[in-house]
Design a protein around this ligand. Structure first.
Ligand code: DAH
Length: 357
């Protein structure tokens, strides 16, 4: 074949290939795929790994040198047109989907109820106790959890090296002398008595800490409610009557109580109060150790030394005090077998308390 013929041939071939690419560009511009499926087909055909533009690129070897650049540009244009078209198609399809979602909202359908959380059983018990005592004139006193040794122990008639300090294992603050995490809400008694004059009638709910091994029955943090009543002529009989009223409100009008002599450094005489729980089933036997009686709180007449430590004249004033653990009461009331459940915040437990506010 003569050189002339070969060149003419190549030119014709080149024209054919150029025409092909241009036809594809026109085809892309004219395409009107509708719906997600058709748009995906469009993408596969023009932009996918096996798109129809790619094989044309290989044809560049049949293009005369002086036209190669122009051909490369045309191929690039085809790709660009396909990309732009695809982006435009996608934008339209997203907008349409949003529109159809909006259309499908039924404005007449009843609203979805908002899920309300439930109160924690400890809060339920705490609120109940507070409510019972505020009804007879007690006010709430809240105080710090990081406390000075003096308020937690010394003022409460438990000076350093007093053996009763061993009754409560204490977390001391590292590097801060004489500061600790309060081991009981009795510290609030000292805070109140050093700043207020009798008559004093407070209850102090709050969290307390003890350096105890965590088990099903004890935890290193729990809650207490403390009560304190100081005035002229406050008697043991007043205390008993107040606590009987509390027990009946808390556990029902038939509730019986008994006071057992006990020891606390800050009260004299001291007692522990039991309520009669009954012996109806095996669990009752277990939790009351076969007696039917359950210990609920510690109490007593405020030791004159405590009043004096806090600047209150013990010749003129007397008082009673009591303290109780909240988790214990919640566990009894709701028959929760492990105190740790109360600190895990597992919604499966919390949900069972419904919306008992
Ligand atoms: N603070 C005591 C405790 O944590 C409880 C207690 C007992 C408090 C007797 C009192 C009380 O106010 O009079 O075990």
């Amino acid at each position: 074949m003569s050189e002339y013929l070969r060149q003419t041939n190549r030119k014709n071939m080149a024209k054919e290939i150029f025409d092909k690419v241009e036809a594809i560009i026109v085809e892309i511009q004219a395409a009107q795929p509708e719906g997600a499926e058709a748009i995906e087909q469009f993408r596969i055909k023009y932009l996918g790994t096996k798109n129809i533009i790619k094989p044309l690129m290989g044809e560049i070897r049949n293009i005369p040198n002086e036209q190669k650049k122009e051909f490369g540009q045309l191929i690039n244009k085809a790709k660009e047109v396909a990309e732009e078209k695809f982006a435009a198609l996608q934008a339209v399809s997203v907008a349409e989907a949003a529109q159809s979602d909006a259309n499908s909202i039924d404005l007449t359908a009843p609203g979805e109820p908002l899920a309300l959380g439930a109160r924690h059983p400890v809060s339920i018990m705490m609120n109940r106790i507070i409510e019972i005592f505020t009804r007879i004139g007690f006010t709430i006193a809240e105080e710090r959890e990081i406390e000075a040794d003096w308020y937690n122990f010394t003022a409460m008639n438990t000076p350093e090296d007093h053996p009763a300090r061993d009754m409560q294992d204490t977390f001391y603050m590292r590097g801060i002398e004489n500061m600790l995490l309060r081991t009981h809400t009795s510290s609030v008694q000292a805070r109140v008595m050093t700043t207020q004059k009798p008559p004093i009638r407070i209850i102090a709910p709050g969290r307390v800490y003890r350096n105890e091994t965590i088990s099903s029955r004890s935890h290193c943090q729990f809650h207490q409610v403390e009560g304190l009543y100081v005035d002229e002529k406050v008697s043991f009989a007043d205390m008993k009557q107040t606590l009987l009223y509390f027990a009946k409100e808390m556990y029902g009008p038939q509730t019986e109580i008994r006071l057992r002599p006990s020891y606390f450094p800050f009260t004299e005489p001291s007692a522990e109060m039991d309520v009669y729980w009954g012996l109806k089933d095996e669990t009752d036997y277990r939790i009351t150790k076969g007696t039917g009686w359950l210990e609920i709180l510690g109490c007593g007449m405020v030791d004159p030394a405590v009043l004096e430590n806090c600047g209150i004249n013990s010749k003129k004033y007397t008082g009673f005090a009591f303290g109780m653990g909240i988790e214990r009461q919640a566990m009894l009331k709701y028959r929760i077998s492990d105190i740790r459940y109360l600190f895990e915040n597992d919604v499966r437990l919390m949900k069972q308390f419904g919306r008992a506010f």
